[in-house]
Design a protein around this ligand. Sequence first.
Ligand SMILES: *Cc1c(COP(=O)(O)O)cnc(C)c1O
Length: 389
Amino acid sequence: MLFDTTHLQSLQTPCYLYDTELLARTLDAIHAETQQHDNYHVHYAIKANANPDVLRQIAAAGFGADCVSGGEIRAALDAGFPASEIAFAGVGKADWEIKLALKASIGMFNVESIEELDVIEQLATELNMRARVSFRINPDVGAHTHAHITTGRAEDKFGIAKDDMIAVLRRAMDMTHIDVIGLHFHIGSQLLVMDDFAALCVRINELQDVLDAEGIALHNINVGGGLGIDYDQPDVHPVPDFHAYFSTFTDGLQLRPGQQLHFELGRAVVAQMGTLLTRVLYVKHGHEQQFVIVDAGMTELIRPALYGALHQIDNLSAAERGASAAVAPTPILYDVVGPICESSDVFARDYALPPTLRGDLLAIRSAGAYGETMASTYNCRPLPAAHLI
Ligand SMILES: *Cc1c(COP(=O)(O)O)cnc(C)c1O
């Protein structure tokens, strides 16, 4: 990614920068892998990045949306996603959110419990509308990722136990305002091992055999999202390996005739196009450690504090100084920390950067997913601005 620091100097930091060209390339790469399958549907998971400009670009490229709240459904509709291509997931849908979704005539509810199904039936009956539902089944496959972002093991709070699947389907098929359309799965996030998705395919095939034996035919299979990105080398892998991802499902799933396959990718679509731009406030020389104290913190990007995530950090100003220097300066190990009053407000420890000065602009990379959307006003800080580049 090329940064013109003269232009960036004028920006108020911290702020997000979104590379719309890289987003376009990423969307093209997804199209290239899916367009030969007219039964493949890709929904973008709004919670990864709900910036209105980003949403409009993704909607205009023909994607559907995956929402986990009423607010996200509104954001998706405002950005131009067709209601029929909106899926609504989440373990705790409030009544107002369910009504909003019914009135907007969204494509499908991904239902996570029998208790929720009963409420949707009741609200749909009151409104005299029909709800299209898929059931989120917990496939009990472990995902090799951080414990906080695995969702498909038996002990996780998400979905319906696979042994309860038939009973729940039968109950729903007896309801008057429910159309049962499919099964939904989502096993976790930041998954880079395709074997996890292959294991999900095996489990789905087993469940489809059970459905056949019961004489139940379903229109949709939704395999969720979760494809990871390369946080270590964003410049080497700016676009995720969508070929490996989609071909895992093409090869692994035994879809029934006419069955539609839905995907819900979030992070893989938007992570690499985003950068958190921050300015160095102080370089503090401690006894044991040197600290680069920046004006961004866990309020703008919480992933390091929440998941122990490490984002690549580039010192853009030092790179410019280095370009005019005869010999490249020796890097120094710094702890790069934010200003928030929490010891977990650390972007990186012992991180090698060129000699860094007060006022330098740093780029915290791969911050397009679960960055701006998770920002908070803790410490009465303003929410960060976002600029398209
Ligand atoms: C968060 C979420 C996604 C997207 O996950 P990514 O890891 O960002 O691809 C998809 N489906 C559901 C149900 C989700 O909750």
